[in-house]
Design a protein around this ligand. Structure first.
Ligand code: COA
Length: 431
């Protein structure tokens, strides 16, 4: 379920390109049946029963488990699927990124949704050192042909020429004929092959190694010296995660090093309230954020404020809100700050307080123009989150839950890192 807050609930860099009310995030395994369910409708039965069968076989679950970091899922405000792009960075061809499958809800067509997803994919692929994007489509899918041509793809010459009679008549191919590759995907499964250079996208900094894999180490001398303090509570510390990574470790590990020399500091303390975190932020963060580096702060707290101590929450709501406001005011400028909201637990009464706090934190961030990642509603609607809390200590998730959290934060995090790429590459901090 999408957040009601006008803040970055999975909002990525492409947010500005998408029609309002849409939220974009990385797909998950449990999205696969939801996407399969829309295919026939979205492809309008193209290719009949055989086409339907082929399409469903093109999206096995592995794409929603192993290629999520290069794919996107867009949802309407009511949580229904609005669009998807399944892509990958070719493991065999270090220069190539591949778009496997894309679809947009017919109600949203010609609003630039697919183009926005493609542009985002191009930028991500270029950042990973890819120089070319490839994809295919079926002869007869004239809309796909028009779309890819409009996006700058070239049709790669094949051994079969299709004229307009072979294609559907309602949308003739731009050149009046198109070349395809006979039996590309098996007997009778001819395909149009598209290719597009990525020369217009942000340059990639990461070279391929001799083995064909990408370089594992960032290059400090040519990269942005990015230092990020993650200040928060036990969720920030990753308590309950058997891998000890938590969402912060997973996020850091998944951040590609291209152009970034990223240092992360996990400053999560168990049981800490907003008041305690506010009291220690300068002493803990400032020594880690030297002048001349690109310094940043991620804040995530609030759940401990809502715990009942005696008859009252440990920190009254208004004090929690005022504390976040004070901390943000002290830190900004010069520090760019990203705030990640408190997650829900298993106690319904307490969750009411957490939801209220989430909404108030969102409002503070909107007022101060600070990006806020609200995770509460999405996690509440996800059975996998509650299930993971249940098998853990009842408060903290395990590996699966922290992965969900990391996935929710990943796109706004990347957007925030890119947005704040400062011209002089540095920010001073005050003591
Ligand atoms: C192909 C598809 C993904 C395009 O999605 P979309 O969000 O409507 O596309 P966009 O709005 O971003 O279109 C970008 C440009 O592509 C071209 N284009 C898109 N749809 C077009 C159509 N029906 N006819 C002609 N040109 C079209 C236009 O130049 C458009 O720019 P414009 O609207 O400013 O003229 C969508 O039609 C779809 O989901 N089709 C069914 C699934 C499919 O065939 N997928 C591709 C093969 S895997």
């Amino acid at each position: 379920m999408a957040s009601p807050h006008p803040v970055c609930q999975g909002d990525p860099m492409i947010k500005g390109d998408l029609p309002g009310g849409l939220a974009v995030r990385r797909p998950r395994a449990d999205d696969q049946p939801r996407v399969l369910a829309v295919l026939d409708d979205w492809w309008a039965g193209f290719g009949g029963d055989a086409g339907s069968l082929q399409r469903s076989r093109l999206l096995p679950r592995l794409f929603f488990e192993h290629f999520t970091a290069s794919s996107y899922l867009v949802e309407h405000a009511d949580g229904t699927v609005a669009a998807f792009l399944i892509g990958l960075l070719s493991p065999s061809q270090p220069d190539v990124a591949y778009i496997h499958f894309v679809g947009v809800d017919p109600a949203l067509r010609r609003h630039g949704v697919a183009a926005a997803l493609y542009r985002q994919f191009f930028a991500d692929a270029a950042r990973h050192g890819r120089r070319q994007v490839r994809c295919i489509t079926s002869p007869g899918n004239t809309i796909s042909l028009a779309f890819h041509t409009a996006l700058g793809f070239r049709v790669e010459p094949g051994d079969l020429t299709l004229d307009d009679r072979t294609l559907e008549r309602d949308s003739p191919s731009p050149q009046g004929g198109v070349t395809a590759h006979r039996d590309h995907d098996g007997p009778g499964l001819h395909r149009i092959v598209f290719t597009r250079p990525l020369t217009g996208e942000p340059p990639a900094a990461q070279p391929a190694t001799a083995s064909g894999t990408t370089a594992a180490h960032p290059r400090p001398h040519t990269s942005r010296d990015l230092r990020v303090c993650f200040l928060g509570d036990s969720f920030t510390a990753g308590v309950g995660d058997p891998t000890r990574l938590g969402w912060v470790g997973r996020l850091a590990a998944a951040t590609d090093p291209d152009g970034l020399y990223l240092t992360t500091y996990n400053l999560g303390i168990r049981r800490d309230t907003s008041t305690q975190i506010h009291a220690r932020w300068k002493a803990e963060c400032l020594p880690r954020l030297p002048a001349g580096a690109d310094n940043r702060l991620v804040l995530s707290f609030g759940v401990n404020d809502t715990a009942i101590d005696g008859q009252q929450p440990r920190v009254p709501l208004e004090e929690s809100v005022a504390t976040l406001h004070a901390l943000l005011t002290e830190a900004r400028p010069p520090l760019p700050v990203l705030v990640v909201g408190p997650p829900p637990g298993l106690d319904e009464t307490r969750d009411v307080r957490i939801r209220t706090l989430d909404a108030r934190y969102a409002a503070v961030c909107v007022a101060l123009d600070v990006p806020y990642v609200s995770v509460f509603d999405t996690l509440t609607a996800l059975p996998a989150w509650a299930a993971d809390l249940t098998v853990g200590d009842g408060v903290h998730p395990g590996a699966a839950g922290y992965q969900i959290l990391a996935d929710l934060v990943a796109i706004p995090w990347r957007s925030w890192l890119d947005d704040g790429d400062q011209a002089d590459g540095s920010s001073a901090v005050r003591g």
